[in-house]
Design a protein around this ligand. Structure first.
Ligand code: RB5
Length: 159
């Protein structure tokens, strides 16, 4: 169980309505939610809220984030450019569970033009309640991802 009830959330214009509804629901469930924008359904450039959210995960203020855009894809691509961010676009329950268990994903990305709001709520619940598996093979793969980020991934070592 994720005991940390502080989470951070962001969106672009396409995700704005769902984000507002999700914040209301999460607060009713006892979460403290920090919103990095965007703050209206006026067209915006999603890398801006994505960067604001990722910085606050990178500096340790938050350990889980949620991003919503039209498809979930743009925000995930932008988020994954940040060191230490493992952002996963999910549309189904199994992926939301496995990306926590196997990938230790720290950002859940969803598409407001893809999913019903009830599915967004279900995926969020699964993502927030599922812990990463403390198993060697997953930890090893996460270390390799860090090496890819750092440029220290040594092909020869893994041949
Ligand atoms: C905005 O129109 C849309 O491109 C954006 O929300 C997102 O789906 C990008 O991946």
């Amino acid at each position: 169980m994720n005991e940390n009830k502080n989470i951070i959330i962001g969106c672009d214009h396409a995700g704005y309505e769902y984000k507002c509804r999700l914040i209301t629901r999460l607060e009713l469930l006892g979460y403290s939610v920090t919103d990095v924008g965007t703050y209206s359904s006026e067209s915006c450039d999603y890398p801006i809220p994505v960067h604001a959210l990722c910085k606050k995960i990178q500096n340790g203020e938050f350990n889980r984030g949620i991003l919503i855009c039209g498809t979930g894809i743009g925000v995930s691509i932008a988020a994954n450019k940040h060191k230490g961010i493992r952002a996963a676009v999910c549309s189904d329950d199994f992926s939301a569970e496995m990306t926590r268990k196997h990938n230790d994903a720290n950002v859940l990305c969803m598409g407001a033009r893809v999913l019903e709001f009830t599915k967004v709520c279900e995926l969020t619940d699964i993502f927030l309640k599922t812990e990463a598996l403390d198993e060697d093979r997953h930890l090893r793969r996460l270390r390799m991802i860090s090496e890819l980020e750092d440029g220290t991934f040594d092909d020869k070592k893994y041949e």
